[in-house]
Design a protein around this ligand. Sequence first.
Ligand code: HEM
Length: 430
Amino acid sequence: MIPRTRELDSTIGFLKDGYLFGRRRLDRVGGNAFRGRLMGRPVVFGQGVDAARFFYEGGRFGRKNAMPRSVMHLLQDEGSVQSLEGEAHRDRKAFFIDVSSSDDSRDALVAAYRRAWLRSLGEWTASGRVTLLDASTRVLTRAVLDWAGIEADDASIDLRTEEFGEMVARAGTFGPVNWRARAIRRRSEEWSNGLIEGVRSRVDANDSRADAATTPLEKVALYRDPTTGERLPTEVATVELLNLLRPTVAVARFVVFCALALHRHPAWRERLENGNDDRLRDFANEVRRFYPFFPVIGGTATRDLEWDGSRIRRGQWMMLDLYGTNHSPAVWEAPGRFDPDRFAGVNIEPNTLIPQGGGSAPGGHRCPGEPVTVDLMVETIKLLTRDTVYTVPDQDLRVSLRRFPSSPTDGFVMELGTGSVSDAVTRTAD
Ligand code: HEM
């Protein structure tokens, strides 16, 4: 039976305990799940491999009414792939995977990212100092627009950088700060809408066929639903274009965590700057496991279910603890230790490392952008260890476990230098 927490409502506890919310309660009640209330609503909260499997596999949980609207409006939206279920979801998801995860597509995005980074490096060096969270948000914005086939001058890149950065940064907020970000989102939607309509009217004027689409922008604008044969309604295509662009820019937080991990673990830095390319992925995966990003993900039961001898009724809200699973001692040996070696030669089981969701991407809600996220992180590690000369000045590098999404307090300030990468000295801040 799934035990209950003693709290009447855990909303304040959730804000107070942040990423450690699940761990702290499970330590008290035991096991891998508990029943409680959040924002007045009954919830089943689960952590660990079995919980992830139950939550992600078999279409047991949909995303309707599964997240507060304040979060939903900044991260996904109504009509988006995440809001779909069953066949409609599978079809749209296959499209997302094709656009973002095919080998060619991933290579093209990584190449655009490398170009954008190296281009900015001159400016960073000239100004002497840069905050990596802001700087990499801009680099990724330039890269993803370039990759998507969207022309943008510097002023437009600035606007998009602000929009994408704000939407991600404010997703975990409520009230006026969140409203401001939602207003920014509307500006972004107008821009995205103009791009979709622009492609459609150009193609329609030339009577071209949909399969003429080559760039990701054209693919989204001209995608036809396999069942109806119709293009997506303009407002849905608008949202889906943003769903390709914005999360790619959100990788900036992992970029910063790569830099922080290299700074904290100089022996690894040395190993990676001297080749050892086969270890880059292990390092990136350990960064994704270790550092906080999405704390939890919510779903509602699509039918009556049974789990661990307990009934879960249709419509029941469930939350899966992503961060807690990535740090569960039942899943990982010494989870509090940063140790890329844990991934050496290992075939990662789908419901263990779940910063981007569990189960399978084609058959469920797991993130379609996971492979390219890892590619971008691998490229980041190369750029930081082999192409960028910098030192790390004294600053506040603490990563709050109460702020969603988190990052080092000062955003990882770097002092850029000249000379060779191996001349750079990294000074610790603590
Ligand atoms: C910064 C790194 C990223 C993180 C931490 C992240 C996290 C996640 C998580 C936790 C989910 C699962 C949501 C659920 O179960 O409902 C998800 C889904 C999704 N992600 Fe990502 N993601 C990242 C990068 C990307 C990228 C680069 C893309 C671009 C292709 C992307 C597009 C999506 C989409 C469209 C979904 C919805 C999938 C569905 O519902 O079937 N994400 N992401």
